[in-house]
Design a protein around this ligand. Structure first.
Ligand code: FMN
Length: 191
């Protein structure tokens, strides 16, 4: 299996409107694959403007925010492609789509690296950040996952958050848990 790097992907609509979404970048030789599920704005944008910026950030509040409705994070124009770089990203890749593997569920956009930017040092692993990323993935798949699995995993991830989180991780965790609780509010718990 190829390595997958979780990042914030920015794309642009035909009208130049920037869209921000957490996505996994799939390694493919020298390049990377972006595989958005249908339907999605990222997918529509990659078709109309075949460029993307992969932003690598340790700010998990951006991941959690995107999944809970806050998508207006500050960006600046990319240097070599039509796109936007997330302010605060530790590093970023400017990508050009070279080919598309069509698929009914999840088309795969094969991208070439046009430019790489490094902005700030990686500060080391943090367990709460990893727990928030895992929880963000759960929160993006609530309709597909059994409730018991979600609640079991949430209880486990909470331990890392309680032991190792800083303020941004706590806030990211809070808004994700709120989203998950909202989703289940009107569904009776299984006996
Ligand atoms: C860490 C992480 C990785 C994700 N990776 C993908 C992905 O590879 N493909 C995808 O379609 N959605 C992925 N998602 C879910 C998308 O972020 C979410 O569905 C988003 O709204 C994309 O749709 P949009 O382009 O319409 O905003 C991921 C979510 C998280 C938190």
């Amino acid at each position: 299996m190829p390595i997958i790097r979780e990042c914030i992907v920015t794309t642009q609509s035909a009208e130049g409107r920037v869209h921000i979404a957490p996505l996994g970048l799939i390694e493919a030789g020298e390049g990377w694959v972006i595989a958005p599920f249908r339907p999605s704005t990222t997918l529509d944008n990659l078709r109309s403007t075949p460029f993307a910026v992969a932003n690598f950030t340790d700010d998990v509040l951006v991941f959690a925010g995107c999944l809970t409705g806050k998508k207006d994070w500050p960006t600046r124009p990319a240097e070599h492609v039509s796109g936007a770089v997330l302010e605060g990203a530790l590093s970023h890749l400017e990508l050009a789509v070279e080919s598309v593997e069509e698929d009914e569920l999840r088309p795969r956009f094969h991208c070439r690296i046009v430019h790489e930017g490094n902005h700030a040092p990686f500060k080391g692993f943090n367990r709460a950040q990893a727990a928030v990323i895992e929880t963000a993935i759960l929160a993006s798949r609530l309709k597909m996952l059994p409730r018991e699995k979600v609640e079991t995993e949430l209880a486990y991830h909470q331990i890392a958050v309680e032991k190792t989180a800083g303020p941004r991780e706590h806030e990211a965790w809070r808004i994700l848990v709120e989203k998950i609780e909202d989703f289940y509010k009107h569904i009776p718990a299984a006996k």
